[in-house]
Design a protein around this ligand. Structure first.
Ligand code: TYD
Ligand code: MG
Length: 455
């Protein structure tokens, strides 16, 4: 294969340089040059953005373009299918990120083994040897005689084999280990990730093969590599969970073929990942008696409501800048809620360390958790438990008002189903309250909510 020329281009301003340098000569940004394949001639550059079918594009009116229903394949893991929007779409590229050891390889081995019963499947491993993958499959008890394994990291060779084998599903474990021989930089470098992924995406679109890319996440919890990776693929999923807990949550961050923020819940067992079909109450710690600082809230992630326990610990601080620590919630939001609690509830925490945690390694991204967080903080501060059988949800505004949250009725019904007797919820959510067996106190302002619990 003829060696293509490479150039370095600045990710900030797009300037190009023949050699790598620490600083872009044009815009002065540091460490922004990444290696790229040089297009053969400037006129050809558009070829890289050709439409995928290879046909010449014509202008059509929207009404004339018929929609083609996506062809989906089932992974035999309904929770996984749901997060994907109803199964794997042919020709789609799905990026799955997660901490090391969370179970990404396990999940995909199980899913692809199931898919290989119906369609040809290829599992490309760049991190583990074939024997290791086979040992894992044995442990999982999956038998997939028609699944092909391939240990290779050079993307050209992977694509060559894929062209021969014609798989309909392919896994790349992991995208950080693949490289293209056209660039000199090491696998995992920004340029390598970008070019290798681009080649894989092109292949997926041309051949109709569904590709799963496993990606590493950085310490900050985002996918390692440039954000551009997330733009190139159709679907971005995160596999997360507390390493101490056996529950794992698969979350869609971007999905061109379904809704985002859909959740799939799994449990890691010695026989691999098992689905949790009724995850509604697994994130509760089930205290024998009510304890201070613990509040149950109903969150709604994706298309279903879930009960989650929020815990707070408020402790006297001996440092000038008291600590505000959150696990599973946004930290800035906590600082804001403490300010609202002070201004509109008259409760000061400036001399207290505040820790807030969502039980079970769950992450709550919605503002409906506000009221639960504030009540948990108050309960811990006063060292008094909240009444048994209470659930809480609601968003708090800067003016101390309690704002409604989407799908209030559904949340109340879920709480009632699990035997909760009393709810504190935004007043505006009660307009069409019909949940049986649960008494709901609708609150308009933070002060009213604090009055309700009288701790
Ligand atoms: P793995 O899929 O290798 O994680 P990743 O690819 O995300 O790095 O999963 C590794 C962990 O899962 C490991 O700590 C052991 C655990 N595990 C089980 O508990 N049961 C199993 O059946 C398997 C295969 C793994
Ligand atoms: Mg792995």
């Amino acid at each position: 294969m003829a060696k293509t020329k490479t150039i370095y281009s600045c990710t900030q301003c797009g300037a190009q340089a023949p050699k790598w340098a620490g600083q872009c000569a044009d815009c002065g940004a540091w460490n922004s040059l990444v290696e790229e394949i040089q297009p053969e001639s400037s006129g050809k550059r558009g070829a890289r953005f050709d439409n995928y079918s290879g046909a010449t594009a014509t202008v059509q009116s929207l009404a004339d373009v018929g929609s083609v229903p996506e062809q989906r394949m089932s992974t035999a893991l309904p929770e996984f299918d749901r997060v994907l929007g109803g199964g794997v779409v042919r020709g789609s590229v799905v990026l799955i990120g997660g901490d090391p050891g969370i179970g990404k390889s396990t999940l995909l081995l199980q899913a692809v083994a199931a898919l290989s019963q119906d369609v040809p499947a290829l599992y490309v491993t760049g991190e583990e040897s074939l024997a290791q993958v086979s040992a894992r499959a044995e442990r999982l008890g999956v038998s997939a005689p028609r699944m092909q394994l391939f240990a290779e990291t050079q993307v050209e060779k992977v694509l060559e084999v894929a062209q021969q084998q014609k798989p309909q599903v392919m896994v790349i474990d992991s995208v950080q280990t693949v490289y293209t021989e056209q660039l000199q930089s090491a696998p995992g470098a920004v340029g390598q990730l970008r070019e290798s992924t681009a080649a894989l995406v092109r292949f997926a679109k041309q051949s109709g093969t569904a590709i799963f890319l496993i990606g590493h996440v950085t310490k900050e919890g985002t996918l390692a590599g440039p954000r551009v990776l997330e733009h190139m693929v159709d679907t971005v999923l995160y596999f997360e969970g507390d390493s101490g807990s056996r529950y794992r949550v698969l979350r869609a961050m971007k999905n061109r073929f379904g809704t985002v923020n859909e959740l799939g819940v799994f449990a890691m067992t010695e026989k691999g990942l098992r689905m949790v079909t009724n995850p509604s109450s697994i994130f509760l710690s089930r205290h024998e008696a009510p304890v201070p600082g613990s509040v149950i809230m109903v969150t709604r992630e994706g298309t279903r409501p879930m009960l989650v326990e929020v815990q707070a610990l408020v402790d006297e601080s001996h440092i000038a800048n008291p600590r505000r620590v959150t696990l599973g919630l946004e930290q800035n939001r906590l600082a804001m809620l403490l300010a609202v609690l002070h201004r509109h509830g008259g409760i000061a925490t400036y001399d207290q360390d505040v820790f807030v945690n969502v039980v079970g390694g769950m992450r709550v991204t919605e503002t409906g958790a506000d009221l639960a967080v504030v009540l948990a903080i108050l309960s811990s501060l006063r060292n008094k438990p909240l009444p048994d059988g209470l659930v809480v949800f609601g968003e708090i505004g800067l003016a101390g008002e309690i704002r409604p949250v989407p799908n209030g009725q559904e949340r109340l019904r879920e709480a009632a189903k699990h035997g909760f007797k009393h709810a504190i919820a935004p007043h505006a959510n009660l307009a069409k309250h019909d949940a049986e067996g649960i008494e709901v106190s609708g609150v308009k302002r933070l002060a009213e909510a604090l009055e309700q619990i009288r701790v």
